[in-house]
Ligand binder design. Structure first.
Ligand SMILES: Nc1nc2c(ncn2[C@@H]2O[C@H](COP(=O)(O)OP(=O)(O)OP(=O)(O)O)[C@@H](O)[C@H]2O)c(=O)[nH]1
Ligand SMILES: [Mg+2]
Ligand SMILES: [Zn+2]
Length: 302
């Protein structure tokens, strides 16, 4: 048996890089038993591989995971880098807050890259919006999510981004077309991931990246490029728990008058008070209410 890490999954094959230096990557199938147990190997998994005579292998065992994300599908990452473009496609704060809920639930650290900063600065209402963007950066930083303004053109934010990813496994996630692969190409010398213009008619990306793949950084970090997506649901989150995944709500929740307070209209709700006093960002609170409804509607459907 060879021990290694799945660095790529594509068309039913898993590509395993052995831990032992200098050994070539092994193309593997998974054992049928995984399907029956309803777990399947994920990129990022540490696995035991059985070699067959033709040089291919079989993923025999998945070693215990330290973390796991369903979207994008990946295991054993420490840091989620949420890439959200300021323009083209337009900044989608609701999706950003949704990602953050999932990342909190999975117990990962998160940071935010507001990408295409060069395009934003050249856009016609940049001066009008600069203040709003600045406030967003400060707010998310204040709740412990580092924020960078990045551009593949000007290299802004690249050194800081690399520093955050040193000696960790990170995953780039965000909608199609926000520039995940472009940013990776810009920060990793020699890398040529495929990228594609966004559709001018629809204003969104064309789902260029189709698989998850781990890439090595020269600072001991490993980073995954992933396919963009915009659908993300809450199948595994209860209404009562949602507030805890909004990290800045946590400090207020124990002081709400009612146990099980959903911070909707309840009297003496400390979360609502904090929002009214300007300590919780209005858009974060609105997204919280929106997600609460989404969860209750999903429950009714099942
Ligand atoms: N001006 C400018 N264009 C950018 C920047 N980053 C990405 N782009 C462009 O945006 C388009 C989409 O970039 P991709 O890197 O393919 O986006 P992606 O997030 O990997 O998209 P998927 O693989 O579909 O999820 C390409 O045409 C890029 O050249 C940037 O910082 N500035
Ligand atoms: Mg891509
Ligand atoms: Zn409350």
């Amino acid at each position: 048996m060879v021990e290694g890490r799945i660095i790529k999954a594509l068309s039913g094959y898993y590509y395993v890089k052995p831990h032992q230096k200098g050994q070539p990557t092994i193309q593997c199938r998974a054992r049928g038993i995984f399907r029956k147990r309803e777990t399947s190997p994920l990129v990022g998994d540490f696995v035991m591989v059985e070699l067959s005579e033709n040089g291919e292998g079989t993923v025999h065992e998945i070693l215990p995971r330290t973390s796991e994300l369903i979207r994008p599908p990946i295991a054993n990452v420490n840091l989620a880098v949420l890439v959200f473009s300021l323009v083209e496609p337009d900044l989608n704060l609701q999706l950003l807050d949704k990602f953050l809920v999932h990342v909190e639930k999975a117990g990962l650290d998160a940071m935010i890259c507001f990408s295409k900063y060069d395009l934003f600065k050249n856009s016609k209402d940049a001066s009008k919006q600069a203040e709003a963007i600045n406030e967003l950066v400060q707010y998310y930083e204040s709740i412990d999510y580092p924020v960078l303004l990045t551009s593949k053109r000007t290299n802004e934010g690249h050194d800081e981004l690399l520093a955050h990813m040193a000696n960790k496994t990170s995953v780039f996630s965000g909608q199609s077309g926000v520039g995940k692969s472009s940013l990776l190409n810009a920060i990793i010398p020699g890398l040529t991931l495929e990228t594609n213009q966004i559709s001018s008619k629809l204003g969104r990306g064309k789902h260029t990246t189709r698989h998850v793949e781990l890439l090595e950084l020269s600072n001991g970090g490993i980073v995954a490029d992933t396919p963009g997506f915009s659908q993300l649901d809450f199948t595994n989150i209860e209404q009562e728990d949602l507030g805890y995944y909004f990290s800045e709500f946590r400090a207020y929740i124990p002081d709400c008058k009612f146990r099980g307070c959903l911070h909707r209209k309840e009297p003496k709700c400390k979360v609502i008070e904090a929002k009214n006093q300007g300590n919780i960002l209005e858009s974060r609170y609105e997204h919280y209410l929106f997600f609460l409804d989404e969860i209750s509607q999903m429950k009714r459907r099942y």
